[in-house]
Design a protein around this ligand. Structure first.
Ligand code: SF4
Length: 412
């Protein structure tokens, strides 16, 4: 059975009213104190031994009309990567199958567009439908979306939409000139209104100050809803881009950024994204300790390198971490519930990280406040009559025998 953390932990309520001064004060804490606090928040909402694994595929690379200062796909920069056409659906599905076999629970499709053109939407929608049919969570990052486009993607089965703020709104015009921060907020609103989950974060190490790193995180935390996933990228300084010579960020400052993101957005997946290839094992371990609980894996992150899948697997083993399954990710979507542990029940070991025991064990580590869910469904609280929401008992009762143990692996 996976370790269930039972030590007293510091909890953190979901807030959307953080001030920049408060967040700067968190950044100023002694390093060990900040990491300790972030680790406490992490344990209150997640099993800290689990890491959600996503794979990102560039389905249309290069030739982008935007001028993001860090990006080698921008046609504004010399030496930008060659433009390709939108990939064929079959090729994308094949990559998604490979990602699933390698342990990914979410498959993200990225296209270097300002926004999708009407002629591209049917093909993108079909890609999403086919990837979803594999049992993967789907995510896309396609640039700005209109209200209608967001709904179309949702109807195709898209789970998440990635649209980063990139940096502090105060620093934004130093990095991007072809679209505004307000454009970004508008797309995020369309994504939320369509019922899609948001993946939204930024990049650090672009020459911004600590105050501006705090500004990025406070802006993310004060959105109407915390992003479900918060990718924190460390700049990959690519030759030919305006940020090619940006000074490297102190690794401890990167860990501080992860820790503050965890404290501000306790229920979000905080993801190590671009820049992981150049992080030492020890730095990644510190990030996991400070509350990072998601990674991209696979060879490439759009156009920059990423640690090899086997290397990641070995690192997880050395650190005693395991990939979070799709099933757990979904159950954790239930309001107020965070569920850890999926020790077997299938009687076989199918690569999901469980030990193939005889009984399924699900442990709630973060029950909703008394009466908050209205569910009274086995979570240990004393709330009253069931409401429209799904209780854990309901969720388990609805599972069919062919669903196996619910660990999300394909070996049951
Ligand atoms: S980050 Fe995205 S929008 Fe910006 S230039 Fe690169 S591909 Fe285009």
């Amino acid at each position: 059975m996976s370790a269930v953390i039972s030590t007293p932990v510091e909890t953190s309520s979901l807030r959307h009213d953080w001030s920049r001064a408060e967040v700067e004060a968190l950044f100023e804490l002694p390093f060990t104190e900040l990491v300790f606090r972030a680790a406490g928040v992490h344990r209150a909402y997640f099993d800290p031994t689990e890491v959600q694994v996503s794979t990102l595929l560039s389905v249309k690379t290069g030739g982008c009309p935007e001028d993001c200062g860090y990006c080698p796909q921008s046609s504004h920069h010399p030496d930008s990567v060659a433009a390709t056409k939108l990939m064929d659906i079959d090729a994308v599905v094949e990559k998604a199958k490979q990602a699933k076999a390698a342990g990914a629970s979410r498959f993200c499709m990225g296209a270097a567009w300002r926004s999708p053109k009407p002629r591209d939407m049917p093909k993108v929608a079909e890609m999403i439908r086919e990837v979803k049919a594999l049992g993967l969570e789907t995510c896309a990052t396609l640039g700005m979306l209109s209200e209608e486009q967001a709904k179309e993607l949702k109807n195709a089965g898209l789970d998440y939409y990635n649209h980063n703020l990139d940096t502090d709104p105060e620093y934004y015009d130093q990095i991007i000139h072809t679209r505004t921060v307000q454009d970004r907020f508008d797309t995020l609103e369309h994504v939320r209104d369509a019922g899609l989950k948001t993946c939204c974060g930024g990049i650090v190490g672009m020459g911004e100050t600590r105050r501006q790193r705090a500004g990025l995180l406070v802006t993310l935390a004060n959105l109407p809803a915390h992003p479900d996933s918060v990718p924190i990228n460390r700049l990959v300084a690519v030759k030919g881009t305006p940020l090619a010579n940006a000074p490297a960020l102190d690794p401890f400052e990167f860990v501080r950024t992860i820790a503050v993101a965890r404290i501000l957005m306790p229920k979000s997946m905080v993801r190590l994204s671009a820049g992981r290839e150049t992080m030492s094992d020890e730095l990644q371990a510190l990030c996991f300790t400070a509350g990072a609980n998601s990674i991209f894996h696979g060879e490439k992150l759009l156009t920059t390198g990423n640690p090899d899948t086997e290397y990641d697997r070995a690192l997880f083993q050395r650190l005693g971490l395991r990939p979070m399954s799709v099933q757990e990710t979904h159950l954790n979507d239930l309001p107020g519930l965070t569920i850890v542990g999926n020790d077997g029940g299938c009687g076989s070991s199918g690569g999901c990280g469980c030990s193939g025991g005889q009984t399924a064990t699900l442990t709630i580590v973060n029950a909703p406040a008394e009466g908050g869910c209205g569910g009274g469904g086995g979570c240990g609280c004393s709330s009253g009559a069931p409401a429209g929401g799904v209780t854990l008992a309901d969720a388990m009762a609805q599972r069919q025998p062919e669903d196996g143990c619910g660990c999300g692996c394909s070996g049951c």
